[in-house]
Design a protein around this ligand. Structure first.
Ligand code: PMP
Length: 371
C-alpha cells in the first residue's frame, strides 16, 4: 500500500529534523575521550536551580495529568511581567508555539512573510498549512529589513515573523525600527493587519541593550501582535520543552481552544513556574555569556576572522577559506561541536554557542590549529 498517496500534499517533501549527533555518538565514532557541544544555544551553567528543586519535590506527582490550563505557570508569568493571566498562553517549547499559531491562523494559498537567515521553523510551519513563505533579504550586517518586510505584505499575507534578537545572526532590531514597522505594516482591504509574531527566545540575553525593544510594551496598541519567549535558553530548561507567549485576550482565547489539552507537561509547568523567579540564574548566565562573548570577539579579531556582534548567547562567524561544513567537520574531529549554517543558507558561516570559560578556550585552541 502506498501511504504517500494518503498523506496531505502539504506534508510531502518534509525531511526529519536532524539536530546533530549526540555527544556520546561523536565520542564513539571519533574515538574521543572528551567532547564539548557548543551547537544548540543551550545554557552551559545548566538548569535553573530553583526549577530543579521544584521538580524534585514534585516528581512523585507525575501520575496526575498536568493542569491543562497551566494556571500556576501563567499566574507566575503574569506577576513577573505585570500582565493579566488572560494575555498569556503556554506551549511545549517555542517550536510548538509556532505551530499553534500556524494552526490557528494560516490557510492554504495565504502568505507568511519571513526574513532570510532567520529561525527555520517558521517556514516549515507555513508549508505544513499550505501557506507560502515570502522570504525577504536581510540588510547589510545581517539585520532584518523591517521596511522591506512591511512592503512585502500583500492582500494574501496572514502573518509576519520577526526574530528579535535573531538566531543565527545575533542581531536585533531597535525600539524605533520595531515601532515604525508595526505602524507601517499595511492593512488589507478588510482593514485587517497581518499577525506579527515576535520571537523573543533570546530576550533575557538582549534586554539590557539600551535600544532593544521589549515586545510587551507594544502589546496594548497592537492587537495583531503575538510575542513568545522560552525557558530553553537562559533558564536552561531546553530538555523540558516549555515556552510562553503574550497576546490579546481574544487571540489567547482562540489559542486555548485549538491547542492540545495537556501540551505542557506537569514537570515543565512546575519547572517553569520556579524558574521565572530565579533571578540569580539570569544574572549569572548574563555575566558568563557577556564575558565569553568579549573573549571570543577578541580572539576572532586576533585571528582575523569576521564575526557578527551578538545580542544572544552565540556568535555567527565566517569560516572562510573553509566552507562552514568543512570547519564543522574539522572541529568535530577535535572534539568540539559547533553548528554549520547550510540550512540557514549561510554556507560560509558557522555559529558557536558561548560555553563555560574553559570550553570557550578549548574551542579557540582547536580553532587555532585550523586557522
Ligand atoms: N526561536 C528561536 C529564535 C530559537 O533559536 C529557538 C531554539 N533554537 C526557538 C524559537 C525554539 O526554542 P524552544 O522550542 O526550545 O523553546
Amino acid at each position: 500500500m502506498d501511504i504517500t498517496k494518503l498523506i496531505r500534499k502539504e506534508c510531502e517533501g518534509f525531511k526529519p529534523y536532524v539536530a546533530g549527533k549526540p555527544i556520546e555518538t561523536i565520542k564513539r565514532e571519533m574515538g574521543l575521550k572528551s567532547v564539548i557541544k557548543l551547537a544548540s544555544n543551550e545554557n552551559p551553567l545548566g538548569a535553573s536551580k530553583k526549577a530543579l528543586e521544584a521538580i524534585k519535590e514534585n516528581l512523585k506527582e507525575i501520575f496526575y495529568y498536568p493542569d491543562s490550563n497551566s494556571y500556576a505557570l501563567k499566574k507566575g508569568l503574569s506577576e513577573h511581567y505585570g500582565l493579566s493571566v488572560g494575555n498569556i498562553f503556554t506551549g511545549a517549547g517555542g517550536d510548538e508555539i509556532i505551530e499553534l499559531i500556524a494552526k490557528l491562523f494560516f490557510n492554504k494559498e495565504e502568505e507568511v512573510v519571513i526574513s532570510r537567515h532567520s529561525f527555520i521553523r517558521y517556514e516549515m510551519a507555513a508549508k505544513l498549512m499550505g501557506s507560502k513563505a515570502i522570504v525577504v533579504a536581510m540588510k547589510e550586517g545581517f539585520k532584518h529589513d523591517l521596511t522591506g518586510m512591511a512592503k512585502a505584505c500583500t492582500e494574501k499575507t496572514k502573518a509576519v515573523f520577526v526574530t528579535n534578537p535573531n538566531n543565527p545572526t545575533g542581531t536585533y532590531n531597535t525600539k524605533e525600527e520595531l515601532c515604525k514597522f508595526l505602524k507601517d505594516i499595511p492593512s488589507n482591504k478588510a482593514g485587517l493587519k497581518p499577525i506579527v509574531v515576535l520571537d523573543e527566545a533570546y530576550f533575557e540575553y538582549a534586554f539590557l541593550e539600551e535600544d532593544y525593544p521589549n515586545g510587551i510594551d507594544f502589546l496594548k496598541e497592537n492587537p495583531n501582535l503575538i510575542i513568545f519567549r522560552t525557558f530553553s535558553k537562559i533558564y536552561g530548561l531546553a530538555g523540558l520543552r516549555v515556552a510562553y507567549g503574550f497576546a490579546s485576550e481574544e487571540i489567547v482565547d482562540y489559542i486555548e481552544r485549538t491547542r492540545p489539552p495537556f501540551n505542557v507537561n506537569r514537570l515543565a509547568q512546575i519547572g517553569g513556574t520556579a524558574a521565572i523567579e530565579d533571578n540569580e540564574q539570569v544574572v549569572k548566565s548574563l555575566e558568563l555569556v557577556n564575558e565569553g562573548k568579549e573573549y571570543l570577539y577578541k580572539e576572532f579579531r586576533d585571528l582575523e576572522i569576521e564575526y557578527i556582534k551578538s545580542a544572544g548567547n552565540f556568535i555567527l562567524f565566517n569560516s572562510s577559506p573553509y566552507k562552514g561544513k568543512e570547519l564543522f567537520d574539522a572541529l568535530v574531529r577535535e572534539g568540539v561541536i559547533i553548528r554549520a549554517m547550510d540550512e540557514y543558507e549561510l554556507p560560509d558561516w558557522v555559529r558557536v554557542t558561548i560555553g563555560l570559560c574553559e570550553e570557550n578556550e578549548l574551542f579557540i585552541d582547536k580553532l587555532k590549529k585550523i586557522f
